[in-house]
Design a protein around this ligand. Structure first.
Ligand SMILES: [Zn+2]
Length: 154
């Protein structure tokens, strides 16, 4: 790695891992359906293919074999191999469904889509996904995920 963060392409068996990599701020695409044919070159470009299948990893240069079935171990494998040190300021900055960087919402935009109590408490920190238009804000759910990441050593 040249000091830039790696980008990933998670195969179909690694949906949870893909989600957590997005939570950490890593650009991670997910192969949503079983890939019968070859993975398109355009998807692979600039990305590390993550797979639990030895055949797949042997077939694509620059891919990475995930050994464990457990999310915690999978993250650990990646962290140890790539020296991932995700900056906390980048946690929760990507849409968990689309992998697109979130944008800060204006109060006016958020007002129509976010419950009032959320507006009240989080007015500075409401973001939305420009692709699926989902809104994100800090809350107990996120705090729980923060805790999980800290427990994993991030
Ligand atoms: Zn989205």
């Amino acid at each position: 790695m040249d000091g830039r963060d790696p980008a990933f392409l998670a195969d179909v068996m690694l949906g949870r891992l893909a989600k957590w990599l997005r939570i950490l701020g890593y650009d991670t695409k997910y192969l949503a359906s079983t890939c019968a044919g070859p993975i398109p070159r355009s998807l692979l470009e600039g990305r590390v293919l993550l797979s639990r299948k030895k055949d797949t990893v042997a077939h694509y240069a620059g891919s990475f074999l995930i050994h464990s079935e457990k999310l915690e171990e999978q993250l650990k494998e990646l962290r140890e191999h790539y020296g991932l040190r995700p900056d906390r300021s980048r946690w929760f900055t990507r849409c968990l469904s689309c992998n697109v960087p979130l944008r800060k919402s204006t109060q006016e935009d958020a007002r129509e889509s976010v419950p009032e109590y959320v507006l009240y408490e989080n007015i500075q920190d409401i973001r939305h996904c420009p692709s699926c238009h989902r809104y994100y804000w800090p809350g107990t759910h996120r705090e729980k995920m923060f805790g999980q990441l800290e427990a994993l050593g991030f």
